[in-house]
Write a protein that binds this ligand. Structure first.
Ligand code: MN
Length: 131
């Protein structure tokens, strides 16, 4: 069974690229285009990992991460924030909000897979990630 990754991203180009790369690497991708949609889907699909854009309209990624961490069913699901290259403070805030780590925007197709897999191994969770 393919591990499911919930991808919370409002930018269509980023969503397209990340989905393409993840599917090519054997993941099942569930897209969400806003924080509230992502929170709702996270509870339903029990993803193996959540990729969370920090810059989202209305509800930003920090608020989304905090909300996700309120759900006991999701407490072991790794959350990887996607932050802009220069925004060093964003990364600390993302970790404080409950994210396990971050990857830099723009996504690098050559390293994206290993960046994601690092978090899957570090924190195995439900959603079909049997060791
Ligand atoms: Mn965004």
């Amino acid at each position: 069974m393919k591990p499911t990754i919930l991808l919370i991203e409002d930018n269509e180009q980023n969503l397209y690229l990340a989905t393409f790369l993840l599917e090519q690497n054997g993941f099942n991708v569930v897209p969400a285009r806003s924080g509230p949609e992502g929170i709702e889907l996270a509870g339903r699909v029990q993803p193996a990992l959540i990729i969370l854009d920090i810059q989202l309209p209305q509800m930003d990624g920090y608020a989304v991460a905090r909300e996700l961490r309120q759900n006991p069913a999701l407490k072991d699901v790794p959350i990887v924030a996607v932050t802009s290259y220069a925004m060093v403070g964003d990364r600390e805030r993302a970790l404080e909000a409950g994210c396990d780590g971050y990857i830099e925007k723009p996504i690098n197709p050559d390293t994206f897979r290993s960046q994601i897999e690092k978090y899957l191994k570090a924190r195995p969770a439900g959603g079909g990630t049997e060791p």
